[in-house]
Design a protein around this ligand. Structure first.
Ligand code: 5CA
Length: 446
């Protein structure tokens, strides 16, 4: 992409309505525009990151054996009356009446709809286990939408639902989700810690929230500092292995880590004092095991091996896809702007032309651009006739992890400059060397 042809409406002023840094930076970098309270348009740069995050979620879900599909945003109230949640959900649910006077709603989540699909088409224990998921917009009429995409009213969520014959199989599905989530967040450059939480309106006894530690987080959390030493890394996982998934769940959840809803001072007191931490966190996902809470009232049963009907054992598992943009920025920025982790960056590298219109410089930039594209990378070339300072400021604000700076002086000795946004370190090298360095960096990111 050439910046002269792109749509990147960066703001010079700091928007007054934004209270936290991620919201400010998303507005300043021209990523989003508020349409109404808690509802945003995703401008090209924001949309690009959203798509990259979605892509990682899809890849990791499918790696774990989960099946993608898509359900609508508008739902019929009938299903929610069957489960008993139509009345229970309260004013957070946006209720709509269509021209036939039918009660509809903009889905805040999809347990009912997926249970209806499965009860219509799954009849035998032989069709199990089954985990279906989608990435779809949700609406919750939050009392206080705030912090930009962090607490929106309309937001993008990945929600997945497992259907199993018995509790043991459903617990494996829960563990499998926990494992796949650890890997998902790490690919986005985030440490998200699973913490014991409360299940709220989704229901069930067992639930973990995944929290990214950040001062601006809305949740108060209590944990043993040893949990922050755990990393998932690039382990090979057999997602069908009950033992492996259980082992990883134990590794990541045996140390104390809870949100304020489940915090227990007496248990916390058993953690060595120097390791006790109280902090704030951003909830980027939550997994639930709730057994037959929806399948029983909705009559979702299968024929068991002995021919008798058995209610399905279920869980649901959510990732806050749009919220993740805010969480990543909260965790990764400096006073100049965003610092995207390589896994989610909107463009892999920026090319800054220091002397637009100078034939040799223009042609060197074009050459680097073409080579990066040939290498399967997605560069953003700042080909505007702006001062160098303005070009650097834009690149720093939008946070591309790598920048190649090309100017006549360097070119005279066959060199360009490669700069890391994270460390600020620059290195002079031949254009080919910069290109192969970026190829190497991104080969390790896939
Ligand atoms: N059905 C279950 C799991 S699929 C469910 O709805 N879970 S949830 O309520 O915990 O939502 C899943 C994730 O969506 C949350 O962890 C959070 O990251 C994100 N989320 C929830 N509410 C909002 C909101 N108002 N704005 C942005 N993201 C949100």
């Amino acid at each position: 992409m050439r910046l002269s042809r792109y749509f990147l409406p960066v703001l010079k002023e700091t928007p007054a309505e934004a209270q936290i840094v991620s919201h400010r930076l998303m507005l300043r970098a021209g990523m989003i525009k508020q349409a109404s309270a808690g509802i945003y348009s995703w401008l090209p740069l924001g949309y690009k990151v959203l798509r990259r995050i979605e892509q990682i979620v899809h890849e990791e879900q499918q790696r774990a054996g989960h099946i993608p599909m898509l359900m609508p945003t508008l739902q019929s109230a009938e299903l929610w009356k069957e489960s008993g949640r139509y009345d229970a959900y309260g004013p957070e649910m946006l209720r709509i009446r269509d021209r036939q006077d039918r009660d509809m709603l903009y889905g805040p989540t999809n347990e009912e709809m997926i249970t209806d699909i499965v009860r219509s088409h799954v009849n035998s224990y032989k069709d199990l286990p089954l985990t279906l998921y989608h990435i779809q917009w949700k609406f919750r009429d939050e009392m206080r939408p705030r912090f930009g995409v962090m607490r929106g009213r309309e937001f993008l969520m990945k929600d997945g639902y497992n259907f199993d014959l018995d509790e043991a199989a459903a617990r494996h599905a829960y563990n499998r989700h926990l494992v796949s989530y650890l890997r998902t967040y790490e690919r986005m450059g985030l440490q998200a810690i699973p913490m014991r939480a409360d299940s709220g309106p989704i229901g069930g006894e067992d639930t973990h929230e995944f929290l990214v530690l950040a001062e601006t987080g809305e949740s108060e959390v209590f944990y043993d500092s040893a949990v922050t030493d755990l990393t998932f890394g690039d382990r090979e996982i057999d997602y069908d292995s009950v033992e492996q998934c259980q082992g990883i769940l134990e590794e990541f959840t045996s140390k104390y880590a809870r949100t304020d809803e489940t915090h227990d001072e007496a248990v916390f007191a058993q953690v060595p004092e120097e390791r006790r931490r109280t902090a704030r966190g951003i909830e980027v996902g939550q997994i639930f095991y709730f057994g037959t809470k929806y399948s029983e009232p909705m009559g979702a049963t299968v024929q068991g091996p002995d021919g008798k009907p058995v209610p399905l054992h279920m869980g649901s598992h959510g990732i806050g896809v749009s919220r993740l943009l805010g969480a990543i920025i909260e965790a990764s920025h400096d006073d100049k702007g965003i610092i995207w982790p390589e896994g989610v960056t909107p463009f892999h590298a920026g090319i800054v032309n220091l002397k637009q219109g100078d034939a040799a410089t223009d042609s060197a930039c074009e050459g680097i651009y073409a080579e990066l594209v040939k290498a399967g990378l997605d560069p953003l070339y700042d080909d505007r006739s702006e001062r160098a300072g303005a070009k650097f400021a834009t690149m720093d604000l939008i946070g591309l992890p790598w920048r190649i700076t090309v100017g006549p002086r360097g070119l005279a000795s066959g060199k360009v400059e490669l700069t890391s946004r994270r460390t600020g370190e620059s290195e002079e090298m031949a254009p080919e060397a910069a290109i192969s360095r970026l190829r190497e960096v991104y080969a390790g990111v896939a």
